[in-house]
Write a protein that binds this ligand. Structure first.
Ligand code: SAM
Length: 307
């Protein structure tokens, strides 16, 4: 795994090390300010605030579901001896799952509140653990990524389409996977006109605080009314809503807020993602589509050994 500090360098003198530390602090501060500026101007959703609220409903059952789902998707019973990079760790739930499965984990997120959530899970489950690093960073920051080295598993679920430059992010994650390692990403499905309409609503949500509640209600109605009706006809009106946690340990409410708020927002068709990585020596091992609906398509690729 790469160095635990962004600034770490063993070949410099004391003064230069101090200087580099100051530069790193300034860079970190500038990054945080930029993120805050984007949120203030309605150009970015406060993902971390939503994850902070999610942590209040996080229980052992959700942690177990998340761990099981990670094993299933990676087709592995353990991650012992593996290195795991969680890009855009959000709540930190999947970093935690990977650490529980025995991996050495490196988590980072652009949003300081998401970083704090991941740090909080580390504090709750692995206090003082030096096999789990949590940092603030951006997947669009090549300089930052270049210090990390390569990983056995690179995990970035529902992140790269929220960066503001998804295709650049694809290019940046690719070298982080070691030859023979796995890349697990999930990317919003391209629904053509429907995706463009959702993008408009997401932009409105972030620009105008007064519209947030009505747009959240609209989203819930669009996403849940048919399911609710079907469940009601079966005599269990809230069954699917309650069972939602069986999908990756997530919460229906927090995912709905994440959906309507989640901005920047980009989409891709499965074949576009497949083609992009195939041309770069990645083999598709596992694909789960959202069957043409809104939501994410999940891809697990294995990187071919360098020729
Ligand atoms: C929908 S959440 C996904 C969280 C988590 N990966 C999961 O599976 O639950 C998206 C996360 O990506 C983060 N993010 C957005 N842009 C990013 C960037 N440029 N670099 C790193 N993380 C970013 C957000 O702050 C947010 O925490």
């Amino acid at each position: 795994m790469g160095a635990t500090s962004v600034c770490g360098s063993s070949e410099l003198g004391d003064q230069e090390v101090e200087c580099e530390k100051v530069c790193c602090e300034l860079t970190r501060w500038a990054r945080m300010n930029r993120q805050a500026f984007e949120i203030l101007h309605g150009e970015r959703f406060e993902f971390g605030a939503n994850w902070t609220r999610f942590l209040s409903v996080l229980d052992e059952e959700r942690v177990n579901v998340a761990t099981t789902s990670l094993c299933e998707k990676l087709n592995a019973e353990t991650l012992a001896g593996k290195t795991f990079l969680d890009i855009g760790s959000g709540s930190g739930l999947f970093s935690l799952a990977a650490r529980m499965l025995g991996a050495r984990v490196y988590s980072f997120d652009y949003d300081p509140q998401s970083v704090a959530c991941t740090g909080e899970l580390k504090r709750r489950y692995f206090p003082g653990d030096d096999e789990w690093v949590v940092e603030q960073g951006s997947v669009l920051d090549r300089d930052y990524l270049s210090r990390m080295g390569q990983f056995d598993v690179v995990y970035s679920w529902g992140v790269l389409h929220h960066t503001g430059n998804m295709w650049e992010a694809f290019g940046n994650v690719e070298p982080l996977v070691r030859g023979g390692g796995k890349l697990f990403i999930s990317i919003y499905n391209d629904q053509g006109g429907a995706s463009r309409r959702w993008e408009m609503l997401k932009r409105l949500y972030n620009k105008n605080t007064l519209l947030r509640m009505p747009l959240t209600i609209y989203t819930l109605v669009r996403q849940w009314s048919i399911t609710f009706l079907r469940d009601t006809l079966r005599g269990r009106p809230l069954a699917s809503w309650k069972n939602y946690k069986n999908s990756r340990g997530m919460s229906a409410w927090h995912d709905a807020v994440d959906w309507i708020g989640g901005y920047p927002f980009e989409v891709a068709r499965p074949e576009e993602v497949f083609d992009y990585f195939r041309k770069r020596n990645f083999l598709l091992e596992n694909l789960k589509t959202c069957a043409g609906s809104i939501g994410c398509n999940e891809y697990v690729f294995t990187k071919g050994d360098p020729k």
